[in-house]
Structure formats: structure tokens, C-alpha cells
Design a protein around this ligand. Sequence first.
Ligand code: ADP
Ligand code: MG
Length: 248
Amino acid sequence: MIFSDHISVKLGGDVNINKNSLPENRYPIVEVSNVRKSYMLGDMEVPVLSGINLKIEKGELLAIMGPSGSGKSTLMNLIGCLDRPTEGQVLIWGKDLHSMSDEELARLRGIEIGFVFQTFNLVPRLTAFENVLLPTFANSRSIDPQKRATELLKLMGLQDRMHHRPGELSGGQSQRVSIARALINDPSILLADEPTGNLDSKTGSEILQIFMDLNNEGRTVVIVTHDPEIAKYADRVVLVKDGEIQYN
Ligand code: ADP
Ligand code: MG
């Protein structure tokens, strides 16, 4: 365990928002219900997901596996409210995304969901510290975002890299910055889409360990990965294949 002694204190320490507006105890964090998703290629409709049902409970570590092109990223983008389904519902804390205005949805996404990508998606011109702070400009529930950004970067072992730009960081360091960024608003759920896909296997294991530690401290984590190791630690592994979820 890299930082399990301190993580809950540090991560929850200065969070200052009333979550009572969300009925979080009565509902799963995420419920995907009869979701279909197609993309339009010219005037041809290409179905990607057909009839997905999935509930994600608070505190769960869920691994999503499946062949390339099977729709894993499409599903993650729907769970993360980055995209809307063609049919069916995505509910966050029991609330239908369809019933929300764009503004409400953006706030929900900014506060409740932390996203980590395979290619890190850091802003090249900003330092590590500025990248971590970036999401707080739109929405924040921290009373002192700068302090929190500093603490998160320290927690990720990057205290001496805070003022470096992404071009001066290794892949593993870049991914740690992007995990810190995903945690800056203390989200209910952390989504990671092949977060080790661009890393060597040793660095990849270290990054996976961070997600497992975060989950052990109570954070809900959904991870898309090809790493069979994760199956040992995940509460559930689901396989996406032919546009559907195949449960074991
Ligand atoms: P995975 O993450 O499992 O590799 P994706 O969800 O990225 O799969 O993609 C599933 C299928 O949807 C692929 O065939 C891909 O080409 C197609 N697809 C993904 N995004 C788009 C898009 N924006 N427009 C058209 N087709 C897309
Ligand atoms: Mg993908």
C-alpha cells in the first residue's frame, strides 16, 4: 500500500459541499438501463452497444474487459456523462441524465465524476499543478483548491515535479498527474479507460496499484483494462462483447 494510511484524511479533508441534494444512499451511483448506442457514419447507422444494463454501487471496484472495438470506451463515456445514449437511460444517484439541463449535467460531471484516460490528456502548456487545478475553475467543492492540488500531487509522489510541464514528465508521472486531476473535486466515482495502455508493464502495475489503494479507501472505481491481474482484485469483472455485457 503506497499511501493507504493517509489517503482518506487527505482526500476528504477540506471538502465543503452538502451532498444531501443527491439521494445517494438509496440508489446505485450509476445505473445504465437498456442502453443502446449507435454512431452515424454518413447516413448509415452503426450500432455499437445494444441493450446494456449495469449498476455500479458505491465503493465497488468494477473492471470492464473486452476486445478492442467492442464498445468499452463508448460505455465509459456514457457512464461518465460525456455522451448521451441513443436509447435507454443513464441514471446518476437515481437521477436521469435526460432530465437535466446542460448546466446541471456539466456540474454533475465536474463534481461527481473523475476521468482518467489512456493518453493522459494533460494540457501541454500548463504545469502539473495547473493541470490538476484546471477542473476547479468550472466547478469546485474544495474551500482551498490550491492546497488540495498540492496535497494530491504529494500523495502521488510528485512533490518535486509540480511545476514541470507534461513534456518534462515520464508516462507514469503524467498518469499520476491525471489521477490527481481526476481527484481534485473529490468525485463519487473514478473512471479509468485503459489507464495503463501507454505504459510499460512495471509502471502500469504501479498505476493499477494506485487505483486499488483508492478503492480500498472507499472510492468507487471503474477501470477498463486488458490486464488479467486486475481480476484478482476487482469486486466484479464484466466483459463487453458484441455490444452487450456478458456476465459470468
Ligand atoms: P473499445 O473502447 O472497446 O475499443 P470503442 O467504444 O472505442 O471500443 O468503439 C466501439 C466501436 O464504435 C468501434 O467500432 C469504433 O470504431 C466505433 N466508434 C467509436 N467512437 C465512434 C465515433 N465517434 N463515431 C463513429 N464510430 C465510433
Ligand atoms: Mg477504448
